[in-house]
Structures are given as C-alpha cells and as structure tokens.
Design a protein around this ligand. Structure first.
Ligand code: ARG
Length: 248
C-alpha cells in the first residue's frame, strides 16, 4: 500500500513538473498564429478555425509529433508574433516577400497566388488599367495593400477582407484588391453584387513564417511539407477547399 502511494506521489510530481515546464515552452506543442479572416485558407466556422492552412498545419504538426495550438489575431500581429518567437509559426496565406525576409524566417513555398481585383457587377472597371484615380480597399498589412501603395492608389485599409468588400458593396470604394482565391470566396457571398476580374496583378507564393534564423524548425517543416506533397496530401487538402493546385 505504502509503495503504491509513494509511486503515485512520484508520478504526480513528475506530471506536475512536465506540465510546469510546458508553461514556458512545451516541446510537444506547435503554436501557430493566424488571422481567420481569409477564406478558404483560414476562417471561422462558428467558434472553430478551419481552412486549408489549418489542415496543412495539423498535418505538419502530426509529422512533427506535436499538437497544434492556434491563436487567431490580426494579420500584422500574426506576422510579428512569429517573427519575435511568441508563436512558433504564422500560417495565414502569408506571401514570402524579400522585405519580410529581412526580419522573419520562411519555409519553402506551398501555394502560388496573386492579387486580384473585385468590383461591383455593374462597374465600369473592367481591368487594372481602369483603376487609375479610384479608391480601393484592402486588408491592412497585406501584400495587396503594399501593391496599392506602391502604385500610388487612394487606399482604404481594413482589419479584414470582409470589411473591405462591404465597403465596395456599400459604394464607399470602387474596388477591392485581395489574394485571388480569397477574392473569389468573399465575392461568392455577395449574392451576385460583385465580380472578380480575370487579371492577376502580382505573382506571389505562400510560405510558413518562423522567427528569423530558426533553421531547425524550418528544416523540419520543409521535410514535412515535401512528404505531404509527395503523399498527395497537399493536393487533397487544396481540392477539399476547391483551391486550384498544380501538383507539378
Ligand atoms: N498573401 C497576403 C500577404 O501575405 C495576404 C495574407 C492575409 N492572410 C490572412 N490570413 N488574413 O500579405
């Protein structure tokens, strides 16, 4: 009996210790920051964060033998959070750009994207060349916003893409610029009031963000990504969310 009690106590102590350490940095958990305002890559279904990025993140975590823990925050906060190491990764349809590479680490690319234009169905804007002098909305801190600023448009930035398209439908702006697949997903919910123009403004590739120089983690994730691609799992996930994907 005494032995059992002693053993139980010892076990309890061990568990407490492990849990205690875990509070600082739990080796068994992969922490991910995202901005669940980006369908079909990450969005809320009730209280649950779902989407292609979430499925990919879970598949990666499984390969790493870790449990995934997702935090839903503003897009720029997700980037900063991963760059400073507050979170292990940011997975949020993040475009790997040279500018961002200055202060954050990136894994290999996992998806090709571009910026697209959404206009109202009756708009006179038919192409990028019609955008001159127009007011255009976008999501704050994104490559879409950067594109508009670089090209000297009048920009209205919103915390979410949904707000950017609401501004369009209510006549406050003339167009929205946002990632192509997301443009289609958001536009599909506007009851035919909006259309996505068939013109790509940029060429971009999504990758996973880590703290700059976290090469061990980048290496691990790159291996996992390569395996998932090889196994057809990536193609399967993109198909589930009706995302065009060229598996090469
Ligand atoms: N691809 C764009 C960028 O990196 C937009 C990403 C926005 N992602 C999101 N989850 N809101 O800037």
């Amino acid at each position: 009996m005494k032995k059992i009690i002693a053993l139980t106590l010892a076990l309890m102590l061990m568990v407490c210790c492990l849990a205690g350490c875990g509070e600082k940095k739990n080796e068994n958990v992969l922490t991910m920051a995202t901005n669940a305002e980006f369908p079909p890559f990450e969005y809320l279904e009730g209280e649950t964060i779902v989407g292609a990025d979430v499925d990919i993140a879970n598949a990666i975590a499984e390969k790493l033998g870790k449990t995934l823990e997702i935090t839903n925050i503003d897009f720029d906060a997700a980037l900063t959070g991963a760059a400073t190491g507050k979170y292990d990764v940011a997975i949020a349809g993040v475009t790997a750009t040279d500018e961002r590479r200055q202060n954050m680490g990136f894994t290999n690319d996992y998806y090709t994207a571009s910026q697209a234009i959404i206009v109202t169905a009756d708009s006179a804007i038919k192409a990028a060349s019609d955008l001159e002098g127009k007011t255009i909305s976008c999501q704050e801190g994104t490559t879409g916003e950067q594109y508009l600023l670089d090209n000297s448009y009048t920009v209205q930035s919103f915390k979410t893409g949904a707000e950017a398209i609401t501004a369009l439908v209510s006549g406050k702006v003339d167009a929205v610029v946002i990632d192509d697949a997301v443009a289609r997903a958001l536009s599909a919910k506007q009851d035919g009031k909006t259309v996505v123009l068939d013109e790509a403004l940029t060429e971009e590739a999504y990758a996973i963000v880590t703290k700059l120089g976290n090469d061990a983690l980048i290496e691990e994730i790159n291996t996992a990504l390569a395996e998932l691609k090889e196994e057809g799992k990536l193609a399967e996930i993109f198909e589930k969310y009706e995302l065009p994907y060229d598996a090469e």
